[in-house]
Design a binder for this molecule. Structure first.
Ligand code: THG
Length: 274
């Protein structure tokens, strides 16, 4: 499972305070480096950076975050912004020896598609494709599936390898309708069957929005999605229980030969206290 660590996001609040946003505005490199290191040590493959709340200051802040995260860890970066100017500046500052960059994300909205595609090709990036178009995010799962299908077909036709595409089927919080999670599972199953080489990713904490004990719903949703073929997640890698659950689910799904990864994590003490 590819783990994209979500904690460097200026919209995140800790006890009601915008601590990440403050750190980015004040260019507090040590604070950001600590977030990157802790996620990497906990098993994040990619470190996501998102400073969308800064609006006009976003491009320079993305460039700064890129440099700071590269100094902190030897991990590739997930560039989480719809802003083409922010992406261009950040990608130009990125050292590809850290690994293939991940652009988060493109959609089938015509302007965004046309702005982002050249950067995907120029930087040979992996790309997250969100299942939305100029009509927004469709609640009808059949329509979302069609948008995902169109994106995969258009991107591969433009020269992007299917194995560099991470489809994000998007979901609504389960509080908005009792069928939204089941619909998402259905979409994942269909994409997996139709496009075996493409990857499937999701922001796995969206489903619990507005409900108590969110972690429980996020964890249950993660296991269900993995069972249908999800192989990447935007998650909090410092949620030890979630990471242990992902490792055990991978072993049970036959994606961990001889349970080697599971056993290694156990030996490293990653399951202590669980
Ligand atoms: N898909 C893609 N990219 C995404 C998302 C997605 N990027 C942004 C977001 N969704 C994923 N990242 C975050 C970052 C921060 C938080 C949630 C998702 C967050 N969480 C609260 C916290 O940490 O305090 C609450 C978490 C909880 O209680 O479970 O702020 O869907 N492609």
């Amino acid at each position: 499972m590819l783990i994209v660590g979500e904690r460097i996001n200026t919209s995140r609040k800790v006890k009601g305070e915008s601590v990440i946003e403050n750190a980015v505005v004040n260019r507090d490199a040590e604070f950001v480096k600590d977030l990157a290191k802790k996620q990497f040590e906990a098993g994040a493959t990619y470190i996501d950076i998102n400073c969308g709340t800064l609006i006009s200051g976003e491009p320079e802040a993305m460039e700064w975050l890129t440099k700071v995260v590269m100094e902190a860890v030897d991990a590739p970066i997930s560039f989480d912004t719809p802003n083409g100017a922010a992406l261009s500046l950040a990608l130009a500052a990125y050292d590809p020896s850290k690994g293939q960059p991940l652009i988060n994300s493109i959609t089938a909205e015509s302007e965004r598609y046309n702005n982002i595609l050249p950067l995907v090709l120029q930087y040979k990036a992996k790309i997250i494709a969100l299942a939305m178009d100029d009509t927004g995010i469709q609640s009808d799962p059949g329509k979302r599936l069609s948008v995902a299908r169109k994106l995969i077909n258009d991107l591969t036709a433009a020269g992007v390898a299917a194995s560099d595409i991470y489809v994000d089927p998007l979901t609504f919080p389960i509080g908005t309708g009792s069928d939204v999670a089941v619909s998402m599972l259905d979409i994942i199953e269909k994409i997996r069957a139709e496009f075996p080489e493409a990857h499937i990713i999701a922001g796995l904490s969206n489903v619990s929005h507005g409900l108590p004990a969110r972690k429980l719903l996020n964890q249950a949703m993660t296991v269900l999605c993995m069972g249908k073929g999800l192989d990447a997640g935007i998650v909090d890698p410092n949620d030890k229980y979630l990471m242990a659950l992902i490792a055990s689910t991978e072993a049970l799904l036959g994606r961990d030969d001889y349970c080697m990864n599971y056993i290694t994590l156990s030996r490293e003490g990653k399951f202590e206290g669980i």
